[in-house]
Write a protein that binds this ligand. Structure first.
Ligand SMILES: [Fe+2]
Length: 245
């Protein structure tokens, strides 16, 4: 199944063709039984495009699909919008360049775009995934990179798309990168992504307070999953933010 997925990506000469191929069934499915979801995708995409008015042509289409894919696995709510806000603030705190902050913001929308190739049976499964299903799920990082690779505008976002599930101790995927082998922009993205996931309410859990979220992130850093130094910088950023809201 994975090979078939990858073959279909390899045989696609550019990302646009692939997106157009999947667009028809996706929009039919949405229009037939999820009108509200469709409306919400259109609404979210148009407000996104308003805020990023320099996006045009293929990039607009790319963002439309990113929003549509995010809506398939709808637990995430406004996760992307919140990531853009906190990413811009933490990026400025770390004195990242405007281009790096822009890549971080695009990463918020595009990091899971490879899930376009993840079947519903795997993506939406409530029970624990089997080892084979887990392998399929993990492919979204590589597939997402392949989708965006032909687009010059996403060059700086590709590391986030491919490596957002790597872990500091090398136990992540797809490449098992360790420590500073994980690009810095990806490490920053991971920190804000996990923080937002922890503080957000989901249908199956309450949101944690910032203090509890930071405590849990420190535990994960101690367990070897994330850069401890950057985790501390983030804790300091959150503390200062609370002091000067
Ligand atoms: Fe992901």
């Amino acid at each position: 199944m994975i090979q078939e997925q990858l073959k279909s990506i390899d045989s696609t000469t550019n990302a646009l063709n692939m997106m157009l191929e999947v667009a028809a069934p996706l929009s039919t499915e949405i229009a037939s039984d999820m009108t509200n979801t469709y409306d919400s995708i259109v609404y979210k995409t148009s407000s996104l495009l308003e805020r990023h008015s320099n996006l045009e042509g293929t990039d607009q289409l790319l963002f439309f699909f990113a929003v549509a894919i995010g809506s398939r696995d709808s637990d995430t709510g406004n996760h992307c919008e919140r990531l853009v806000k906190i990413g811009s603030e933490f990026g400025a705190y770390l004195q990242l360049s405007p281009l790096e902050i822009r890549n971080l913001n695009w990463g918020a929308y595009l990091h899971d775009i490879g899930k376009i190739a993840t079947p519903d049976a795997v993506l939406l499964k409530k029970e624990k995934l089997t080892p084979d299903e887990w392998e399929i799920m993990k492919q979204h990082a590589v597939i997402g990179e392949k989708i965006c690779q032909p687009l010059a505008s996403t060059k700086g976002v590709l590391p986030i798309i491919r490596h957002h599930h790597e872990r500091w101790d090398g136990s992540g995927y797809p490449d098992g990168l360790k420590g500073h082998e994980i690009p810095y922009i990806v490490q920053v993205f991971q920190i804000i992504d996990i923080y937002d996931a922890l503080i957000s309410e989901r249908p199956y859990k309450k949101g944690l307070s910032p203090e509890l979220a930071i405590a849990l992130m420190r535990k994960e850093a101690e367990a070897g999953w994330r850069n401890p130094e950057l985790t501390e910088k983030f804790a300091e950023f959150i503390r200062k933010k609370a002091e000067n809201p």
